[in-house]
Design a protein. Sequence first.
Length: 321
Amino acid sequence: MSNLDTGRVRVRLACDRDRVSAVQVSSERPDAAVFLRGRNADQAVRLLPLLFALCGQAQARAAELALAAAQGEECAARLNTGVQCEMLREHLWRCLLDLPPLLGETAMQQEFVSAAKWVAAEKRGELRTLLTGPRITRLRQLLMQASEPTCPAHRLLPTLDAKSSLAEWPRLNAGFCRLPNWRGMAAETGAIARRMPENEAAASPWSARWLARLDELLDWSAGNEKVGAGGTVSAAPVAPGTGRALVETARGLLMHEIVLDGERVADYMIVAPTEWNFHPRGMLHDCLPGSDARDRDVLERHVARLVVTLDPCVPWELEWA
């Protein structure tokens, strides 16, 4: 089955007097519930991962756990091997292929191929040797030295499991899925939110996001990963016939909530990390106003640098007002 049209993230800039004067950010993703409502619940759960191009393991586990929770089965927070391996491969892609060129280094293509195999085979020692070796050590040094434009501190989403999330969001709805919020404000999710205290004082906010990914990889390679890190899953009943699942993916918190009508899906809500990280009042909205706009090519590269750091799960476009 072909993947559902993934939609895209749009970043629209307005400039005045050689500075960015306004920023509009929107995540335009299709509503998967449209394809699931009315279907047999077991069929919908099997179908749902096929609708997404990325994070298939995470989507599959979230769907299965949400359905089980709707049927009364709770899942305490735990690490899931399949989701964890998927998260680690995503981190490796970003840190070995995307990050080095941003720092003036060559992408580590062969290292990525080897590292992905080590993760699949659970060869943690080999990965640890790479992560503590000279090339990654240099990336860390460059990250610590990186000078980024001042950006206001942004609220980070705390680590939650499905049961504790009920106190914050008793029920999900379509509006929340489009514009999720943490106590009324935009919040960022992902490795940075899971690990921010460790890097907060040591690096720029931009660098800290990359260091957080590297540190999650390093933890796994040393066998030090804990529940709450990437790869964590949980689920809880919300009400009779309604269940919620939470999964910590490479990009951050993924939430599924299913509402049953007998054996069929009455409604289905998904909140993906991209909705958190590309919120209209999120990091890009806070950091881009005031940026130098005299050279559009330079500004475009600056925007792209921020976007790839936030890592959307869909294509993105830059528009000019």
